[in-house]
Ligand binder design. Structure first.
Ligand SMILES: Cc1cc2nc3c(=O)[nH]c(=O)nc-3n(C[C@H](O)[C@H](O)[C@H](O)COP(=O)(O)O)c2cc1C
Length: 210
């Protein structure tokens, strides 16, 4: 569907008075608005990482929590993204809520969440997803789909009639932001961009040219 950028992108303008002093509170407000607008999977986001050699990579993930501690997501600690994050713990998250003409970009440092937190979240997941997390060596080459399905059967047999514990190779990461940019589409591509930059214990805010 073609978008007419001259007229189609618009929204409440971003002004110093309309924004929260804290970017995570601002994110929470926009996230609630995306939920209320009925946007499917408003927590879908792109995670961009780079290897220690500077090779970039990006993929979609689901945000599980955003609060004063940072932005939390869960994945496989043996995956390609985990190799990037473990050697170069800088990353960027991007959200796009098309129906609201809004983008949020979050840059910061990433570290693993405490084991208990991963275990608690893992325990809340459906059993099928728990089995999948044990069976998948995420990002490794598979010889066939069958190899994966056989892995699933082995896991099902191993844990038959038992609770499935947290796999040692699975858990959360939390990105602590030091830069958060809010982008609100406006007509004629004269979009509003406001960026929060961490400064000491607080945040400095700048308006960026679209
Ligand atoms: C909408 C969407 C949500 C996803 N959510 C997750 C997620 O929360 N965790 C995850 O590990 N992979 C998720 N994936 C799969 C990743 O995009 C990716 O294929 C996988 O994590 C392997 O990435 P890597 O090889 O770069 O480590 C999701 C994919 C899509 C399309």
């Amino acid at each position: 569907m073609a978008i007419d950028y001259r007229t189609d992108y618009r929204g409440p303008g971003l002004t110093d008075n309309s924004l929260h002093a804290d970017p995570v509170e601002q994110f929470e407000e926009w996230f609630r608005a995306a939920q209320q607008a009925g946007i499917p999977e408003p927590n879908a986001m792109t995670l961009a990482t780079a290897s220690a050699q500077g090779e970039p990579a990006a993929r979609m993930l689901l945000l599980k929590q955003a609060d004063a501690r940072g932005f939390t997501f869960f994945t496989n600690y043996g995956s390609a993204k985990a190799a990037d994050l473990d050697s170069n713990p800088r990353a960027c998250l991007v959200f796009f809520w098309q129906a609201l003409h809004r983008q949020v970009r979050v840059t910061g440092s990433v570290s693993r969440v405490p084991l208990e937190e991963s275990a608690e979240y893992f325990a809340s997941r459906p059993r099928g997803a728990q089995v999948g997390a044990w069976a998948s060596r995420q990002s490794a080459v598979l010889q066939s789909r069958k190899e994966l399905e056989e892995g699933v059967r082995l896991v099902e047999t191993r844990f038959e009639g038992k609770e499935i514990p947290l796999p040692p190779h699975w858990g959360g990461y939390r990105l602590v932001p030091d830069r958060v940019e809010f982008w609100q589409g406006q007509p004629d591509r004269l979009h509003d961009r406001m960026v929060y930059i961490r400064q000491g214990a607080g945040w400095r805010r700048e308006r960026l040219s679209p």
